[in-house]
Design a protein around this ligand. Sequence first.
Ligand SMILES: NC(=O)c1ccc[n+]([C@@H]2O[C@H](COP(=O)([O-])OP(=O)(O)OC[C@H]3O[C@@H](n4cnc5c(N)ncnc54)[C@H](OP(=O)(O)O)[C@@H]3O)[C@@H](O)[C@H]2O)c1
Length: 261
Amino acid sequence: MPTILITGASSGIGAALAARYATPGSTLILNARGLARIEEVAASCRAKGATVLCESLDVRDRPAVRAWLARIDADHGLDLVIANAGINGGNPSGEVETEEAAFETVDVNLYGALNVALPSVTLMLARGRGQIGLISSLAAFAPLPDAPAYSGTKAALLAHGLALRAKLKHRGVKINVVTPGYVRTAMGGDYDGWRPMEMSAEEAARRIVRGLERDDEIIAFPQPLAALARGAALLPERLRRLGMRDFSFKVGKSSRTTGGR
Ligand SMILES: NC(=O)c1ccc[n+]([C@@H]2O[C@H](COP(=O)([O-])OP(=O)(O)OC[C@H]3O[C@@H](n4cnc5c(N)ncnc54)[C@H](OP(=O)(O)O)[C@@H]3O)[C@@H](O)[C@H]2O)c1
């Protein structure tokens, strides 16, 4: 039965993915910074028959993440790794985000995701099999003026993931990039603005699991918003910018410093 590792599994999309993968015989490795909330998710997954290990770790801590992945791989063999942990960035005042907030967003959303994904690639290549899901965002296609660092990290993950996928195609390791639209979660709730076609974390998790099973290279949803975001990238920049006017928002209490909420 599969061993599935999910970062940022104590809340939102990560917790919903854990619930979906929790079946008798599956082994779930769940991570976030705040242990109490992961333990709550773990308890409900165990009640469904899964074996669950929890790890309180900041994905920014590269040596600790690498050691953790090596340990889990040696003990269980990693079948699927989902690099999901992320934060909003942005500026609650609606002003340009501060340097500190921007670098923190890059550290968590980009370096944090790569800290998880790249050692997993190495471990999976050694066994000749495995799958890695990178949780990006539709903001990768349609950068949000109120969250430049966030949009940049998600675009970088998309590019990195697709390039890696092509490179690893014949070596048994699959890479899939997930680009959700608006999802009702703690992070989603921090966006004070229009959130068209917002869906529940459970629905997002259902679509992610299906896309990973089909090995879709880009798992983009909801379909109409994904088509708009991807199509807008082809427009002259002046027109694209006009179309983005309705997508401005303010960030509320940012999720970036919680670690235990
Ligand atoms: N919600 C949306 O509308 C939406 C749309 C597109 C993409 N996404 C992406 O989906 C992913 C999950 O977002 P969500 O909406 O489910 O957010 P969420 O409900 O706020 O959950 C974020 C999770 O990440 C963990 N986390 C944050 N920083 C971390 C760190 N440094 N190290 C380890 N864990 C950390 C949090 O736990 P701790 O605070 O305890 O560490 C929590 O478990 C993110 O990558 C996000 O960018 C979300």
